[in-house]
Design a protein around this ligand. Structure first.
Ligand code: KG4
Ligand code: ZN
Length: 324
């Protein structure tokens, strides 16, 4: 039996989980700071790290109580993310690893998202193509083997989740923008306004989302439009671009499976479109594991441990940690 404690504090969610034998979630505690940052329209880094400090001990205790038994290793997000927030989780993990005499396994946040798919109903097998869509990242990654990644496309400017957040602000919808836009879009017409699909023509796998955001701004400046129609049309364009690029990447790489993960993977339209429009099966995490959580970090850390990729107590945080 192998039990990994996973700790995630890279942004505004404190996540602590216990994962048994790679797939069985014994505890998954998440403290979201959404309500705290909402009045500011985005995450305030200093406030985020203070809140991680305030709740991490209690969350860990709750996770350990729920899981029972001893822990064999500690997996913790090392980057990328907000330095102050990352430090809270990493130092807490180091202290536990030292006190319990167990290995410390530093994990890349994106790798955590990729491994969240292994906790879903249809876990993938390597090799596969991954589409990672979150508030900080939009990328297509060829995953050849565990911990061997090749980024074949990423965004030149805004991440898709960031674009949802910025457009929500233009529409006076609450933070975080993704769920607000999805809700507003339910009663809107996705074909009311034709928004651009950034860099969709040609055969580049790069993304660009700043033009879409600007197009929404200009449309709103030109005339008064129903919020629901703008939200639905925007969501349609943003998702369409992801589908177009993913199809192209599958064509180019010959991939026979897709993994979808990251906060934006919670988007219903995106999940439906990818499940219906692609010729390959799609593995995705359940809704609850799309947003940042400790279980995905434990899953990635468990695999690292299996492959002998253990860190030590000198590990530091890296705000811009590269994946490959
Ligand atoms: O992975 P995540 O929790 O944090 C980062 O690593 O960035 O992703 C957060 C992002 C936010 O931009 C949020 O607006 C977006 O995920 N998001 C969504 C939905 N739920 C969360 N975007 C579109 N539709 C959703 N339902
Ligand atoms: Zn994330």
């Amino acid at each position: 039996m192998n039990r990994i404690l996973g700790i995630e504090t890279s942004c505004d969610e404190t996540g602590v989980a216990v994962l048994q034998n790679g797939r069985e979630i014994l505890a998954n505690e998440v403290a979201s700071q959404v309500a705290i940052h909402a009045p500011f329209g985005g995450v305030v880094p200093e406030i985020a790290s203070r809140h991680h400090t305030e709740c991490i001990t209690q969350l860990t205790q709750r996770a350990l109580d729920a899981a029972g038994g001893a822990i064999d290793a500690i997996a913790v997000t090392q980057g990328p993310g907000l330095s102050g927030s990352l430090m809270v989780g990493l130092n807490f993990g180091k202290a536990l690893a030292y006190a319990w005499g167990v290995p410390l396994v530093p994990v890349h946040h994106i790798e955590g998202h990729i491994f969240s798919a292994f906790l879903g109903p249809d876990p993938p097998e390597f090799p596969f193509l991954a589409l990672i869509v979150s508030g900080g990242h939009t990328c297509l990654i060829q995953c050849e083997a565990p911990h061997r990644y090749d980024i074949i496309g990423s965004t030149r400017d805004d991440a898709v989740g960031e674009c949802f957040d910025k457009v929500a602000r233009l529409l006076n919808l609450p933070y975080p923008g993704g769920p607000s836009i999805q809700r507003a879009a339910e009663s809107g017409d996705p074909h009311a306004i034709e928004f651009p699909r950034g860099m969709a023509k040609g055969d580049s796998l790069e993304f660009s989302y700043s033009g879409l955001k600007t197009a929404v701004l200009y449309a709103l400046q030109k005339e008064t439009l129903p919020v629901a129609d703008v939200a639905a049309s925007f969501q349609h364009a943003a998702v369409d671009t992801l589908v177009i690029k993913t199809k192209l990447a599958i064509e180019k790489t010959g991939a026979n499976r897709l993994v979808l993960a990251g906060g934006v993977a919670a988007n219903k339209l995106l999940r439906e479109r990818l499940a219906n429009d692609l010729d390959v099966p799609v593995s995705m995490p359940p809704f609850a594991l799309c947003l940042d959580n400790g279980a995905m970090i434990a899953a990635a850390g468990g695999s690292r441990l299996q492959h002998g990729m253990v860190g030590d107590l000198r590990a530091g945080v890296y705000a811009n940690l590269p994946l490959a």
